[in-house]
Design a protein around this ligand. Sequence first.
Ligand code: ADP
Ligand code: MG
Length: 243
Amino acid sequence: MVSFDKVNKWYGTHQVLTDITFEIPKGQVVVVCGPSGSGKSTLIRTINSLEPIQKGKIVLDGVEVHGPKTDLNQLRQRVGFVFQQFNLFPHMSVLDNITFAPIKIQKRPRADAEAFARELLARVGLSEKADSFPGFLSGGQQQRVAIARALALRPPVILFDEPTSALDPEMVGEVLAVMKSLASEGMTMVCVTHEMGFARDVGDRVIFMDQGRTVVDTTPEMFFNNREHPRVQRFLSDIKGQH
Ligand code: ADP
Ligand code: MG
């Protein structure tokens, strides 16, 4: 579904991604973690071309992401993106937030888009919030709307960039539960997260980044039993200290 082949990226002279190479098969749930500044956000933002790359190749569902002829509008409809800061449109109702792209970009009939949006709201447990405005929802509710909005374009893959980092602790679980149910339905997911319980229970694979490289790429079990990389052990003990 997603493949990276020797991907390199610089901001000016500062290299932030170095020789990133991996393949993510359909249906896999990949957790990306690593210290702050290691390049996790940059990495996932390259997948839907929110960031250019200078060397290497990324292919998404058969399409070369940074190819000169690639239609970015079309590509981005095939990648859901959930951000740390929800990024909902504050002046639109929950339902309008979810139907906006399907109606405006995909030209779907409003009635169909709304019916599907209501299905998605039921899936994230927010059926009764269709007519509410984002400012009246809790952070956890807003993030679940953001997930519903990402699903509205029926993307084959969803990217999450620290989706629970901006939430009060009591709301983290409800968002992780929605992500877990997506995973169990076979969605291909790339999740930047420091929720190691999620990595252990839901992840098929953990990629650990440090200084722009994928230092470890393995199963959750192997990752948590890692004795080889002091950097991983330090990271895991730092995370434990925070929780
Ligand atoms: P992470 O998500 O792992 O915290 P980022 O991908 O955000 O890391 O950042 C990786 C590196 O790139 C950091 O050194 C950061 O300072 C740098 N960086 C990120 N965005 C920009 C930008 N727009 N311009 C210049 N440097 C950036
Ligand atoms: Mg980041």
